[in-house]
Design a protein around this ligand. Structure first.
Ligand code: TRP
Length: 368
């Protein structure tokens, strides 16, 4: 198993990640507390899709004292957006709605230019495209601020050099597995991803806590920067970590837009959604209908079922599907049909909002 911002491979053992990364498991008591403060729970929390945290208790303590946190998350714009990207953002919107929090959303065009074999212009094109998907999530434009690293360099850079001065090359090598052959921009980059942790407080001369919802592969950036920001007189950010939505092709690794068969893209049309799921969604079913009826399927490895944990919000319906599939009453094709309907409905709505975003995207971009 490999999990860092630049490589995710193998079967992910989340309990081991908790130990290796030194993060904390979200407990039932944590869930109850969030539910009390938010006025409701979210199925990503109930189902352990968000499974770990750093300093969440502190962040909620501050909130209860009236010290409102702001939220920070981001997107590396190097290709099309797929369903896996949306996990964090959907949950981020819920947090924004329930806690009334400001959101800083970073588009790391510098990062993707430095790490990917793509031209600057290509990355700019993906930045524009990806911003539409983020806006389509439905964030409150009055409380949401998009930061584009190369565009907002004038406010980011003075802070990034302060961060960079406190990080050595050997720390970066250890955190990301870099070698001497890495380009020097990639070595510096984590300093850019650190700045939004405290940018709000610098811009507004405040001292609010920062809460970062992220895919667990991004944690190493903040493991490095949490110590550094403290040395610069800022608070360490709180973090809430998501598991990876399994790729279409099976339970290992994570979805990738460089291999479109492993993922459903937000721009896929109804026909494509249907044929991708029918052709590629890894099945936990038996090879023949007779065998399936007799032995039943395995929802724990079946990607259609695993994806329904994201898209079917109703716990009772989901449990019924689990039971019916396991008993053999529900066939793989029928399970796929349920998923196709859910995903199609979700993406049809998303695509409408994505179209609308083309006209009002400027409202989201942080004013210089
Ligand atoms: N590096 C992230 C990516 O490649 C993008 C990102 C920037 C991010 N800041 C973040 C993700 C904060 C989560 C939280 O996608």
């Amino acid at each position: 198993m490999k999990v860092n911002p630049y490589e995710v491979e193998g079967k992910i053992d989340y309990d081991r990640l908790i130990t290796d990364f030194g993060i904390k498991k979200i407990t039932d008591a944590d869930l109850k507390r969030i539910e009390k403060l938010a006025g409701e729970t979210h199925h990503f929390l109930r189902r352990g899709i968000f499974f770990a945290h750093r300093d969440l208790k502190w962040c909620l303590d501050e909130y209860e004292k009236g010290n409102q946190f702001f939220i920070y998350t981001g997107c590396g714009p190097s290709g099309p957006i797929h369903l896996g990207h949306l996990t964090t953002w959907i949950f981020t919107k819920w947090l924004q709605d329930k806690f009334g929090a400001e959101l800083y959303f970073q588009f790391t065009d510098d990062e993707k230019f430095l790490y990917k074999d793509k031209s600057y212009e290509e990355i700019q094109e993906w930045t524009r495209e990806n911003m539409l998907d983020v806006a389509a999530i439905g964030f409150d434009p009055k409380k949401t601020h998009f930061i584009i690293d190369t565009k907002h360099a004038g406010i980011l850079y003075p802070e990034a050099i302060k961060v960079a001065k406190k990080i050595t090359f050997s720390t970066i090598k250890a955190a990301f597995g870099f070698k001497d052959s890495n380009n020097i921009g990639s070595i510096f980059y984590t300093a850019m991803q650190t700045v939004p942790v405290f940018l709000h407080n610098v811009l507004h001369k405040e001292n609010k806590p920062c809460l970062i919802p992220l895919g667990v592969d991004q944690d190493p950036h903040f493991r490095v920067s949490r110590d550094v920001v403290e040395k610069l007189g800022h608070k360490k950010p709180a973090i809430i970590h998501a598991k990876f939505m399994p790729p279409m092709t099976g339970p290992e690794g994570k979805m990738s837009s460089s291999n479109p068969d492993t993922a459903i893209l937000t721009t896929d049309d109804t026909k494509t959604i249907k044929s991708k799921i029918n052709k590629h969604a890894f099945s936990g079913g038996q090879p023949t209908v007779e065998e399936h009826r007799k032995k039943g399927g395995n929802p724990d490895i079946d990607v259609s079922y695993q994806w329904l944990r994201y898209f079917e919000e109703d716990d009772q319906k989901l449990e019924q599907i689990y039971k019916d599939y396991k008993s053999g009453k529900l066939l793989s094709g029928e399970l796929k049909a349920i998923l196709i309907e859910k995903v199609t409905k979700f993406l049809t709505e998303h695509q409408k909002r994505r179209e609308l975003a083309k006209k009002n995207i400027d409202k989201f971009i942080l004013k210089l």
